[in-house]
Ligand binder design. Structure first.
Ligand code: AMP
Length: 415
């Protein structure tokens, strides 16, 4: 069954969305990209004459109720986006009556799924590696099944449309699918779009293929970096990981973010890039600051000669030129992670230079795929959102899909 061929008339449909939207201190949404992303699926259910049960997680409440992460805060925004009233179920595992009472065209939003540890299915209060852990894990898996079964009992159809969490085997993203037959479960429009975008990059690579990996650390990205070394023509590594590479090559990085236990990993990446004939572009200079602050004093330094008391917070002018040169002329581009602390307005230059080069290459016919909350925020901040080919709602999920891993959220539907 696909979302396009399904007819939801007089049916109840439970849709897993990713409404993990950023909120300010007053609980106001600062970026509603994820809500807008889910609208085509949600509207299709209502247009067919179905009743809608929406479920999502928000943040990391770690299995405990946390009012700051209540989805109740966004009920009104969802209602506005959807153009329909939205009821709120304050306990996602006790919404049987509210779900049963739903009439065609009505909408129920469930409270944050992660207020229950069963959603993620990780044992609580037991240390990994202790004798109790295995038993606790087994018990939690059983509880997770029960939790998924309860959620499934609310509806006739299950639609998975949360790409951002599709790489997690959680109750609502994968386990729940076991309680629906093939004719009553499917991927939503957003998931279909995301999968097509990844396919575009993987199965139809137009060369040169350039990947830009930024962000804070090497350790969280090494899997994808190693994988990309077998696929790309140009690999730009920027952001905080620049300094681990600079240090590994014998440089001095002052107070810059640097993973001392990953120096050998960095050297290995340099070696493998050479072996694979990949043009590895590392930052050679940086904008160093005398404090981790937007107002800090700045100076341009070689990335491997940063004095004590200074830290690299953005790519320098020489690096920006090298990044742009590799990006321009590319035919396929993947960008994940900023080139500096772009949240500080005075340290956005490197990320902006990348964004502008990606936009330019896209105008000349490249397919550009932007993923991960921070790179998406960059593209939005610089007003380049409509100048790139595709903005993914996934960070980790996108990278795992690009690595060629099967995402549990997709496997649960497609087998
Ligand atoms: P990640 O979650 O690993 O993709 O990293 C994103 C974060 O990396 C953003 O919040 C950036 O502020 C941060 N970042 C990028 N460059 C640097 C840098 N040079 N020093 C410290 N943090 C950085």
């Amino acid at each position: 069954m696909t979302i396009n061929t399904a007819n939801f008339k007089d049916s109840k449909v439970i849709v897993r969305v990713d409404f993990n939207v950023p909120l300010d201190d007053n609980g106001h949404i600062t970026d509603d990209t994820r809500i807008r992303g889910a609208l085509p699926t949600l509207k299709k259910v209502l247009a067919d004459g179905g009743a809608l049960i929406i479920m999502s997680h928000m943040g990391k409440p770690k299995g405990k109720v946390n009012p700051k992460l209540s989805l109740g805060q966004i009920t009104e925004a969802v209602s506005e986006a959807l153009g329909a009233p939205v009821q709120f179920a304050p306990d996602c595992a006790k919404a049987q009556d509210a779900a049963a009472a739903l009439k065609p065209g009505e909408v129920l939003l469930l409270e944050n799924l992660r207020f229950y540890p069963e959603e993620e299915g990780k044992p609580v209060g037991v240390e990994k590696g202790t004798p109790e852990f295995d038993a606790a894990k087994k018990e939690m898996k059983e509880r997770q099944k029960e939790f998924a079964k309860t959620l499934a009992s609310y509806a006739d159809f299950y639609v998975m449309d949360a790409f951002g969490t599709a790489h997690r085997k959680h109750a609502s993203t994968a386990v729940i699918a076991d309680y629906f037959d093939a004719d009553h479960k499917m991927l939503g429009y957003l998931m279909e779009k995301e999968v097509t975008a990844v396919d575009n990059v993987l199965s139809n690579i137009q060369r040169p293929f350039t990947a830009i990996m930024g962000g804070s650390k090497v350790s969280t990205k090494i899997g994808i970096i190693e994988n990309l070394l077998g696929k790309v023509d140009n690999l730009i590594l920027c952001g905080g990981m620049t300094y681990t590479f600079a240090k590994a090559q014998g440089g001095e990085v002052g107070g810059s973010i640097c993973e001392l236990d990953k120096l050998d990993v960095a050297l290995d990446v340099i070696k493998k890039a050479k072996e694979n004939g990949v043009n590895l572009v590392l930052g050679t200079d940086c904008i160093a600051a005398d404090a981790f602050s937007n107002e800090a004093n700045q100076k341009v330094c070689p990335a491997g000669a940063i004095p004590e008391g200074w830290e690299g917070l953005d790519a320098g002018p020489e690096s920006r030129k090298a990044f742009a040169a590799a990006i321009k002329g590319s035919k396929t581009i993947l960008w994940n992670g900023p080139a500096g602390v772009f949240e500080f307005d005075n340290f956005t230059g490197g990320s902006r230079a990348i964004g502008e080069a990606v936009a330019e290459a896209t105008a000349e016919g490249a397919f550009s795929l932007i993923g991960g909350g921070d790179s998406v925020a960059c593209v939005n901040k610089f007003g380049l959102a409509d100048k790139v080919s595709y903005i993914s709602t996934g960070g980790g999920a996108l990278l795992e899909a690009i690595e060629g891993k099967t995402l549990p959220g997709i496997a649960a539907i497609k087998g």
